[in-house]
Design a protein around this ligand. Structure first.
Ligand code: DC
Length: 223
């Protein structure tokens, strides 16, 4: 089946909104594949650092992004056959990802790799530009967000649960800076599309958010 005909659910939103968790659960519920597009930008930032390419060197980072040797094996992400699932989740790599993601050449280098995830029976993809650039034909588009305060608390709890040290104020400042960068960039900025459903999760649990996406999905399929 041509990838354009594969049903796609695009879930976009700011950092730490919980879209990854919701997208993964929706994918499991529907038996669909799952794409964490942010992981690719994180991988590009990590691989650039390891190759000695500065995050502000667009050409060098785009070259690294183009030739990334990545494999997604279940929950694990392998870069050059080394498991980097944990290494890409640090705040420093998140900041680097947000920086390299502002470059058009880096985004172009990762585009086809993302589209290749659209395989039968379907795909749930999360990121910043899933509905606007990567899968504009998506059958369902969701903009999943939460207040900056709630998102900072979610990220804080995640880091503590992983045994990392965390400072709520620093996380809030970091999230706000990343959001501002992701929204202000000229290529594929984070935005709520007119055809996206708004899912405000500040007062919603994961199960409720998943149920809402599944309800929209059923409605989209019975139009
Ligand atoms: O979702 P995340 O925090 O893992 O994403 C890390 C960074 O990657 C984020 O700050 C912006 C960038 N990104 C992007 O520009 N486009 C995407 N589709 C996904 C992530």
């Amino acid at each position: 089946m041509h990838s354009l005909l594969v049903p796609v659910i695009a879930i976009d939103g700011p950092s730490a909104s919980g879209k990854g968790t919701v997208a993964q659960r929706v994918a499991t519920a529907l038996g669909f594949h799952y794409l964490d597009s942010g992981a690719l930008y994180r991988l590009a930032a990590l691989a650039a650092g390891r190759a000695g390419a500065a995050w502000d060197d667009e050409n060098a980072v785009a070259n690294v992004a183009q030739t990334l040797d990545v494999r997604f094996v279940g929950e694990h992400i392998l870069l050059n056959d080394i498991d980097v699932s944990t290494a890409i989740r640090t705040e420093a790599i998140g900041v680097g990802a947000s920086k390299v993601a502002a470059f058009a050449q880096v985004r172009a280098a990762l585009l086809e790799r993302q589209r290749a995830f659209a395989q039968v029976p379907g795909l749930v993809a999360d990121g910043r530009d899933m509905g606007s650039v990567v899968f504009p034909q998506a059958a369902l588009k969701v903009f999943l967000t939460a207040s900056a305060h709630v998102r900072a608390e979610r990220r804080y709890k995640q880091l503590i649960a992983r045994g990392e040290t965390a400072d709520l104020e620093a996380i809030t400042a970091d999230l706000e800076a990343r959001d501002a960068r992701d929204r202000a960039r000229t290529v594929a900025p984070l935005m709520q599309l007119p055809d996206a459903h708004l899912l405000e999760t500040s007062d919603l649990g994961v199960e409720e958010a998943v149920a809402q996406v599944l309800t929209w999905w059923q409605a989209a399929n019975h139009r």
